[in-house]
Design a protein around this ligand. Structure first.
Ligand SMILES: NC(=O)c1ccc[n+]([C@@H]2O[C@H](COP(=O)([O-])OP(=O)(O)OC[C@H]3O[C@@H](n4cnc5c(N)ncnc54)[C@H](O)[C@@H]3O)[C@@H](O)[C@H]2O)c1
Length: 374
């Protein structure tokens, strides 16, 4: 596991996924076997790794990736490093014959992402990319509504993602500074459009065209050492995605917005038979039969409490941590050949949508998204 000292690597992948599976006595396979994952921590800082290993009772750690890749007892390489460091490490892992699971984006360019998919296919190693948003309880419930035909004909999707990321001057920034420097692989389009790509694709169909405007609202931020730096990457993006059947998805992503919503991300889906608003955890619906008939009259105060007219969709299932749920699927994929659809090619489609989104913004025009293959 490479990059486990980072935010995602530590919290979601090491602690809430791999160690949680280990501490639960392992993963039960279809044939009754239980498999307990034993990570080798890989990173750049010896002291941090040693502390982490000691804190969590992990025996093996190293600052030498090649040494870990030579270890035959470890069949899977996982990567949660900064995006820029990923391609090179994954190539080394493919060459070492490891199966690979990785954070998104898989690479910095579509070309790089497709090359990884090609190399993995040629080497015959299994490969997977984190698609965590699909496992969020709110989106699981939304998918259930779609599969159950709740919406009738789906017309449009509106997504709102973001929160205020502090500039770092009078309050510390809550995200690492590399995210705000283009030269270090930062930018909200690169970060979020790959999520929107797979969310849209798996719920409504593959995006066929993108029109986006990416901007840098906050031009200067303060880094981890208290030093000001120019924010060279986009911190907000306003995107329109055209989906099959004429469905229009419009998604705002911003680290310069204050939250007046129930959750940090929300998607509203409007269909002929009903509408839904899904967040990270919750999902609410309004059927056409219970839809109120507001009349536009700015001279009168609001006559109805619109939020109260929605109904909560029940969980109806045990909805576990999404990162852990996908880890379990990937482990089953490696160990017993169970299906796992979110491979390097799926990851490359996400990189493609981000790349074309940035191109759309730079050129000020709508761009079609061609289908890619390995
Ligand atoms: N799936 C998600 O929802 C989600 C959310 C946030 C980030 N991510 C992805 O996870 C990856 C890590 O993001 P993070 O927010 O955890 O970042 P982070 O800065 O907290 O962690 C980065 C990790 O990479 C390591 N690293 C290796 N080479 C480095 C270098 N040259 N410079 C700096 N760090 C280096 C660091 O030691 C650290 O372990 C990114 O690719 C990001 O796109 C995914």
């Amino acid at each position: 596991m490479n990059g486990v000292t980072g935010r995602m690597g530590y919290r979601q992948h090491l602690v809430r996924s791999i160690l949680a599976i280990r501490d639960a006595g392992g993963l039960q396979l279809a044939d009754g076997r239980r498999v307990v994952p034993e990570p080798i921590l890989v990173g750049r800082n010896e002291r941090k790794l040693a502390d982490l290993a000691a804190q969590h009772g992990i025996e093996r750690w190293t600052t030498d990736l090649d040494e870990a890749l030579r270890d035959d007892s470890a069949p899977i390489y996982f990567d949660a490093q900064v995006t820029q460091a990923r391609e090179k490490s994954i190539k080394a892992a493919i060459a070492a014959g490891k199966h690979i699971y990785t954070e998104k984006p898989t690479a910095e360019s579509l070309e790089g992402a497709l090359e990884l998919a090609r190399l993995a296919a040629e080497a015959g190693v299994k490969n997977g990319v984190v698609h965590d948003k699909l496992y969020l309880p709110g989106l699981v419930k939304l998918k259930r509504l779609i599969d159950g035909g709740f919406f009738g004909q789906i017309l449009s999707v509106r997504g709102e993602f973001g929160y205020w990321v502090f500039e770092g001057d009078w309050q510390e920034a809550q995200r690492p500074s590399w995210n705000y420097r283009k030269e270090d692989g930062g930018g909200i389009v690169v970060d979020m459009f790959c999520h929107w790509s797979y969310v849209l694709e798996n719920l409504f169909g593959r995006p066929e065209a993108v029109t986006a405007k990416a901007v840098t609202h906050i031009p200067t931020r303060i880094d981890e050492h208290g030093q000001p730096y120019p924010a060279t990457a986009d911190d907000a993006a306003y995107g329109i995605f055209e989906l099959p059947g004429g469905v229009i998805a419009q998604i705002n992503s911003s680290w310069a917005v204050r939250v007046y919503r129930d959750e940090l991300v929300e998607f509203q889906v409007d269909g002929t038979e009903g509408s839904a608003v899904a967040g990270l955890r919750e999902c609410k619906i309004q059927h056409r039969a219970t839809t109120p008939k507001p009349v536009w009259n700015p001279d009168l105060p609001v006559t109805e409490r619109f939020r109260d007219q929605w109904q909560v969709v029940p969980d109806n299932a045990d909805l576990d941590n999404g990162f852990r749920a996908q880890w379990e699927q990937f482990l089953r994929h490696v160990l017993e050949d169970a299906p796992h659809a979110y491979d390097f090619l799926a990851g490359a489609r996400g990189v493609q949508v981000a790349e074309l989104g940035l191109q759309s913004s730079a050129e000020g025009r709508r761009i079609e998204i061609p289908e890619v293959t390995v």
